[in-house]
Design a protein around this ligand. Sequence first.
Ligand SMILES: [Zn+2]
Ligand SMILES: [Zn+2]
Length: 440
Amino acid sequence: MKKASLKDKVCKVIEQNAQRIIDIGTQVWKNPELGYKEYKTAALVEKTWEELGLPFESQLARTGSKALLKGEESKTTVALMGELDAVICPEHPCADTETGAAHSCAHHAQIAALLGAAIGLVRSGVSEHLSGDIAFMAVPAEEPVEMEFRQRLREKGEIGFLGGKQEMIRIGALDDVDMTVMFHSTNNKRNVKAMVGGTSNGFIAKLIKYKGREAHAGSPSGGINALNAAMMGLQGIHAQRETFKDSDCIRIHPIITKGGDLVNIIPADVRLETFVRGKSMKAVMSAARKTNRALKAGAMAVGAEVEIIEIPGFYPRNKNDEILNSIFRSNISALIGEENVDEKGHGAGSSDIGDVMQIMPAVHPYIGGMKGSGHTKERRVVDEYLAYIVSAKSMAMTLIDLLAEGAEKGLQVKAQQGYMSKTEYLDYWSEITEQAGREE
Ligand SMILES: [Zn+2]
Ligand SMILES: [Zn+2]
């Protein structure tokens, strides 16, 4: 059967299930969970796999899930990913009152579209006309946050990376996948409803512990104030900013996660977290060394000690696959009009889809339907149909283009060269993390 009629069939089923898919989006939106703790969201996803009769693997990278839809033949496997996690945004109207988690990055729309695409592809029965398999993957922890919690998991050997897709690579859950398709949601800007292509920053993460000496705050002369050390460290970082090239898009944005124990004790244990982001890993590494120098200078000034724990960040998203890009672009254009689709350009945020792009062809467009900046309390859905249904249809249509008619397009994408092996990828991060901690 031709691609066009398969797409019609799938889109018809998605349309018939539109309210259900919107309800899934709303349910995830109202139950935000932080990375590597997305238990309720994973359960909702897996309930849908069961309903659809899809075999699946559970608890991948702690909370991830991977369901398989087999085609008539298995010439290649395409992963469709959706992210499970939220950010902390306690003032968001939909924030979880206990954890402060909120879907201010709108990953809930990815889950709605992932399940919506699965409903369409399974219920329409098109898989018997596909020459490849689809791995529907709900992935944890795209937001590389709560660094102390994740560092503890790393020390226990439960995870190796901050990012859930990186973990999926590490544990082998992508070993049988040849290419990946996913999207992020975005605001409707300048009448643009979707954006394709573009690049984003990579980063290295740092967990910083200043150790001083406690003293009674009323007689502090014998103490070493770790908060003063930290503040001078932060000022030192700011003093580097004029040395950064605009073209490198460096972003360093530390937070203090612990500023002391009690107000009447000179702080002896002060903790910071930061990313050092940049357009290339070379630029990241240079800025990371300046950051360490500044952090150490703060400690030196007051005689405190500083421990800087280097943690692998994300690779720059610098390799949107051109074939996948053009397939997605033509599908989203057919749904919303090509006048509403634009090129993305560079964004200084980061995503671990950048890491996936180093080992296989992948595509990561942006689809609208949101209002308010990402990671803020203003972020919400203003166009449910665009956010959930158009997203589900455009993802499903892209999968059909790749796998129908003998999977010719999919095989063309798969045949491309120039990717790291999994081992090279893992070695890369060990090396770069070790280098980041080295003196210049
Ligand atoms: Zn995100
Ligand atoms: Zn985000």
